[in-house]
Design a protein around this ligand. Structure first.
Ligand code: 5GP
Length: 117
């Protein structure tokens, strides 16, 4: 069996993190180096390395990430359109991926620039 990813260890409570949401398919916890007042990572329990590696059988896992994002945004008080949030998935070197376990960044709590840097 391959070694657990960092985020699997967080989901399994082997490494501490501020877990704010969990369901059958995914968990969400605060980023250790927040880039905005609200910065939460939404992570599938299945260790899909990155979005480009997902396959058809991962459809429920992938859908669960976006449904969880809405719930987390609501819980953080940023779901309404007068506030709002941004979801980001980084893949590979140019995308800025550093942890090879798929995750959606939920960023909120300040105006976010577009295009991103
Ligand atoms: P990526 O660069 O792969 O898109 O995002 C990885 C994210 O994981 C980064 O924003 C980084 O701050 C966060 N991160 C890395 N290690 C840990 C950790 O041990 N705990 C938590 N909560 N976040 C982490």
């Amino acid at each position: 069996m391959s070694e657990k990813t960092l985020f699997q260890k967080i989901i399994d409570r082997e490494i501490p993190a501020d877990i704010v949401y969990e369901d059958e398919f995914c968990a969400a916890f605060r980023d250790i180096q927040p880039q905005a007042p609200v910065h939460i990572l939404i992570v599938p329990k299945k260790p899909i390395p990155r979005v480009g590696d997902a396959v058809a059988e991962d459809q429920a896992q992938l859908g669960a990430l976006l449904l969880a994002a809405g719930k987390v945004a609501e819980a953080e008080g940023v779901r309404s359109t007068d506030k709002g949030f941004r979801l980001v998935i980084n893949q590979g070197r140019d995308g800025g991926e550093t942890v090879p376990h798929l995750h959606v960044h939920l960023l909120a709590g300040r105006p976010l620039e577009w295009p991103p840097g």
